[in-house]
Design a protein around this ligand. Structure first.
Ligand code: IMP
Ligand code: MG
Length: 173
């Protein structure tokens, strides 16, 4: 039997996002930033962050995948969906659910580097620095988490648990 242990409650997440938004907002006032969500895991965080920022902004998504149904990165990143509009001249804020090995972000930053954005920053709800294989820069982090596989608040294990309001760890009960 698998059980779920809450590590960050919905309330804690809400408060942390409000603080992150206060930090991020001044950098983008009058800049109409593009929040660039990495599907699928970031969809809940992006929705909450966009509303907490409460400034004019646009939203777009890329879909990248490095996971099968396993909890270990395959180390191979697939580009499944690109942005709709050019990034040239835009202030881009990449929105991630979690940075783990850094494979995904390294690949995305590499891809975006040729697109002439005015600026590119990264915000990730969670950071698992103990797992890092590539030194990627994450400008804003919600919470640093230990080396445990987390689910909920948009994040999945084999596509399950994305709807949970809290960030949880799946445990053998
Ligand atoms: P990375 O390429 O190893 O940094 O992994 C990045 C992506 O893998 C994240 O954006 C997540 O979508 C997924 N991922 C990494 N760790 C976890 C986890 O603990 N739970 C759920 N998804 C994860
Ligand atoms: Mg992700």
């Amino acid at each position: 039997m698998k059980g779920l242990r809450v590590i960050h409650t919905a309330e804690e997440i809400r408060e942390r996002i409000a603080a992150l938004a206060d930090e991020i907002r001044p950098l983008y006032a009058e800049k109409n930033p593009l929040l660039l969500g990495v599907l699928k895991g970031s969809f809940v965080f992006l929705a909450d962050l966009a509303r907490a920022l409460a400034i004019p902004l646009e939203v777009d998504f890329v879909q990248l995948g490095s996971y099968g149904d396993d909890t270990e990165s395959s180390g191979f990143v697939r580009f499944d969906h690109d942005v709709e509009r050019p990034l040239q001249g835009r202030h881009v804020l990449i929105v991630e659910d979690i940075v783990d090995t850094g494979h995904t972000l390294r690949f995305l930053m590499g891809t975006l580097s040729s697109r002439d954005a005015a600026s590119v920053r990264v915000v990730s709800l969670l950071d698992k620095p103990s797992r890092r294989l590539f030194p990627v820069g994450v400008d804003f982090v919600g919470f640093t988490v230990p080396d445990l596989f987390v689910v909920g608040y948009g994040m999945d294990h084999a596509q399950a648990y994305r709807h949970l309001p809290d960030v949880c760890v799946v445990e053998e009960a």
